[in-house]
Design a protein. Structure first.
Length: 315
């Protein structure tokens, strides 16, 4: 056995031992599912790559060093939304292990129903394999208030497959798995994404428009399939409120403008198009502004409408 393989095996063993202990100590079924999911993904994800090595080292540090800021060993780190839970499953489609990050609502009460926000990642080297994607949020604690009134689901999506085929299946399986664990308000499901994820949101939503309360396209790479930037797709989405945000010097500005115009022509009355000085940038302030707009809507019997404010609203 080479020294690299031996080091990788030791790291995986130490990570698994630490997480198994945390699973055994957890009295909450959802948190126990989280720790067991980390174990399942680690067991499924060793492809003998340097990226896997780096990810295992990051997990080793996060789950064995109690002094890590926002330590994932602590329940409080999940409740304050600085770390996501991990939810894994074995896909009935091909028998492979997949997973998603699940960030809890602020002031979470498991007895209540909450909105569900599905956020699709862009074309990203971190997502190319399970282990780096699994490890990323444990090396990079979150700080944003975006999506704080609901469950935020960030699926792996099988990496960088443009949310088509098994990658699209991954999104639906992830949603079904998570909705089997927590209580979701069926009138408030939202779909959004950046770049490849923006295309994925557009692609998935136009065949399932009755599911979504609103749609967010963040610098969507809609030129990936211009066959889907058409009158017929816009007609399918005419009742889904849609928010676009894209940099004024982004090469994707034109195709996003085209999609917006098609939705206007189709009679969609709930649209926003926001630009900022810049290129193909992912800015947290844009995510937060998108969130504030999306959350205004709910889906009433397949048609979205501006919702009535409630006592649980942030503003």
């Amino acid at each position: 056995m080479s020294s690299a393989v031996s080091s990788r095996a030791r790291a995986a063993t130490i990570v698994s031992g630490a997480v198994q202990t945390l699973s055994g100590e957890s009295g909450d079924p959802l948190f126990r599912r989280h720790f067991d999911s980390v174990l399942q993904v680690v067991a499924a994800g060793d492809h003998d790559s340097s990226a896997d090595d780096d990810g295992l080292r990051a997990l080793w540090t996060a789950f064995t060093d109690a002094s890590t800021p926002h330590s994932p060993r602590l329940r409080a780190s999940y409740l304050d939304r600085s770390r996501p839970l991990v939810v894994s499953w074995v896909s009935p489609a091909d028998g492979q292990v997949s997973f998603a990050w699940l960030t809890l609502p602020a002031r979470w009460d498991p007895e209540l129903e909450y909105p569900l926000y599905v956020q699709l990642h862009g074309l990203w080297d971190v997502a190319q394999d399970r282990i780096p994607y699994l490890a990323y949020p444990f090396s990079n604690p979150g700080t944003s208030y975006a999506f704080e009134d609901g469950y935020l689901v960030s699926p792996w999506g099988r990496g960088n497959l443009w949310y088509r085929g098994i990658a699209e299946t991954d999104i639906w399986e992830g949603m079904a798995t998570i909705e089997g664990l927590v209580r979701v308000d069926g009138s408030r499901r939202y779909l959004c994404g950046h770049s490849m994820g923006g295309y994925g949101a557009w692609h998935i939503a136009h065949a399932s428009a009755d599911v979504w309360a609103a749609l967010g396209i963040h610098a969507g790479a809609l030129s990936y399939s211009l066959d889907e930037v058409t009158d017929s797709v816009a007609t399918a989405l005419r009742d889904v409120p849609t928010y676009f945000v894209v940099g004024s010097s982004d090469g994707l500005l034109g195709v996003n403008q085209r999609a917006y115009a098609l939705l206007q022509d189709a009679g969609n009355r709930n649209l926003a198009f926001v630009t900022f000085p810049g290129g193909h940038d992912y800015r947290q302030s844009d995510v937060e502004a998108m969130y504030e707009w999306l959350r205004r809507f709910e889906n009433r019997a397949g048609r979205s409408a501006i919702r009535t404010s409630s006592a649980r609203d942030r503003h």
